[in-house]
Ligand binder design. Sequence first.
Ligand code: DLZ
Length: 152
Amino acid sequence: MREISGSYKGEGKRVGICVSRFNDFITNRLLEGCRDELLRHGVRDDDIDCVRVPGSFEIGTAAQAMTKKGYDGIICLGALIKGDTPHFDYISSTLAKNIAEIGIKSGMPVIYGIVTAETLEQAIERAGTKAGNRGSSAAMSCLEMIDVMAKL
Ligand code: DLZ
């Protein structure tokens, strides 16, 4: 069996991050974790662009545009907190579908780094406290997928 898998080589890679400003006390921590992980794996800070959008609903639109800007991978970061919005279920399922479609249609890694939480406490847990940092894990997924796609 020939196995194809990716490793985490950031050297020479260009990464675009799309991050929502809504719930920015969470998304800023996701961004910090994401950037830190990319830097620790060899991505140059100058090769990371961060595009800020108003809320998670707008992430798909910006991420779609970013697929045409020469990045090796795109990372989407946002925080949907159920208590904050009656539209939670609608936005979260639509966003997941949109991000998947953008990746499939563009053929490039477009990573889903969205925290979906029932409560603020759960969101904080996923933004660098006891449940890790969703931004850091999104950065790792992005580097791994860049390498997988290069090998396919
Ligand atoms: C309006 C709104 C609400 C109520 N809740 C959230 C949320 O929990 N997380 C998030 O990222 N964005 C939220 N937004 C903003 C919408 O995503 C969007 O920016 C606005 O509806 C404008 O289109």
